[in-house]
Design a protein around this ligand. Structure first.
Ligand SMILES: CC(C)(COP(=O)(O)OP(=O)(O)OC[C@H]1O[C@@H](n2cnc3c(N)ncnc32)[C@H](O)[C@@H]1O)[C@@H](O)C(=O)NCCC(=O)NCCS
Ligand SMILES: Nc1ncnc2c1ncn2[C@@H]1O[C@H](COP(=O)(O)OP(=O)(O)OP(=O)(O)O)[C@@H](O)[C@H]1O
Length: 306
């Protein structure tokens, strides 16, 4: 099925906002799809928040390394983001440009900051999950599967060159850009421009391996999180702990995986000890947390939407 994108919704931010709120020009099936995808995105962010133990990160149990945010800050932020995920999925259905997706993302960031009194709870997720929602929308409009391979291919074919341009910056303004420049590592922008290799090549296989071994979804998420911590360059970690902090996170995560991850009978006490260590050192692998939510999203897209 190929759909005439132009007949669905206009390629402007105000166009999407009013089209979604008035339902103008959107068929019922697309509207239901956008709401289902948005619900899945919010669900995956909630699942990440609820997961415990996660070294240094905020959960429903405690605030880890964070003094300025708690689970309730995250819940307020999540509530504020629910319409964004509907809009960006619709934008994907309509074949929107990266510039339009970016405007939707900037608007969502504003809502997040208003809901949290200025605390950055979901910047990485707004970017990463937002792009994945748009890719899911575009796949649907093209009549393609929502398989991991199709989603990744869509990200690159639709927005690859704009995402590559988004990595270039002359004067870094964010923590992430500064850390990328100082430590010559890729951050969220680079990861996305390459089609999320940490998600598709590392975390998703780890998640599925643990499930295939017969362990629980909770265990699968823990193994996926540690595989991300062991592998990626998380600019949140560099910002808080420098090179030493980044190496500490990576080496502990590798050791956890080497002893079998959640297949080890004592995995939980090891993970709790690491949570205490990271919290004491104020280290927080927030980029890994974002990619974990995104990994669960891609996994469920395939499971629930075929
Ligand atoms: C690309 C984004 C996330 C900014 O990234 P940048 O590295 O410049 O900034 P910042 O430090 O503020 O945020 C980085 C976020 O990514 C996450 N992250 C860190 N490292 C990584 C990584 N290697 N891979 C994936 N995510 C990561 C962190 O959790 C953090 O939340 C996005 O907010 C953005 O593009 N901002 C510019 C304004 C804009 O265009 N916004 C709308 C985008 S749709
Ligand atoms: N459960 C979680 N706990 C903590 N951070 C998370 C969690 N889930 C995702 N994150 C990510 O971590 C980022 C927050 O990290 P942090 O507060 O260290 O960064 P910052 O706002 O860039 O820096 P700072 O707070 O030091 O000014 C969020 O933007 C979010 O993307």
């Amino acid at each position: 099925m190929h759909v005439n994108a132009e007949s669905r919704a206009p390629d402007t931010l105000s166009g999407y906002t009013s089209a979604v709120s008035s339902n103008r020009g959107i068929c019922r099936q697309d509207r239901t799809f956008c709401h289902d995808i948005a619900r899945l995105a919010v669900h995956c962010l909630y699942t990440e928040l609820a997961l415990y133990p996660k070294p240094g990160l905020v959960s429903l149990i405690d605030n880890g390394s964070h003094e300025d945010m708690s689970a309730s800050t995250f819940l307020r932020s999540l509530f504020a983001l629910r319409h964004y995920f509907v809009r960006i999925t619709l934008a994907g259905i309509s074949g929107a440009s990266f510039e339009t997706l970016k405007q939707l993302g900037i608007d969502a960031e504003r809502r997040m900051l208003a809901a949290t009194a200025g605390v950055n709870t979901h910047r990485g997720a707004i970017f990463c999950l937002g792009m994945l929602c748009a890719a899911a929308g575009h796949c649907k409009a093209e009549g393609n599967d929502l398989s991991a391979a199709d989603i990744r291919q869509t990200l690159l074919s639709q927005w690859g060159s704009a995402l590559a341009a988004h990595t270039h910056c002359t004067a870094p303004t964010s923590h992430g850009q500064r850390m990328s420049a100082v430590h010559t590592v890729g951050g969220a922008r680079e990861e996305m421009a390459q089609g999320l290799p940490s998600l598709f090549d590392v975390a998703l296989p780890a998640l599925r391996r643990t499930l295939a071994d017969g362990r629980s979804p909770h265990a699968a998420r823990i193994d996926a999180l540690f595989s991300l911590m062991a592998h990626m360059s998380d600019t949140n970690v560099y910002h808080r702990g420098g090179l030493t902090g980044a190496e500490l996170v990576r080496s502990h995560a590798r050791a956890f995986l080497k002893q079998g991850g959640t297949a080890h009978p004592e995995w939980r006490s090891t993970a709790v000890a690491l949570h205490e260590l990271f919290s004491q050192k104020k280290l927080s692998p927030g980029g890994a947390a974002d990619l974990l939510a995104a990994t669960c999203f891609v996994h469920h897209l395939y499971q629930d939407f075929i």
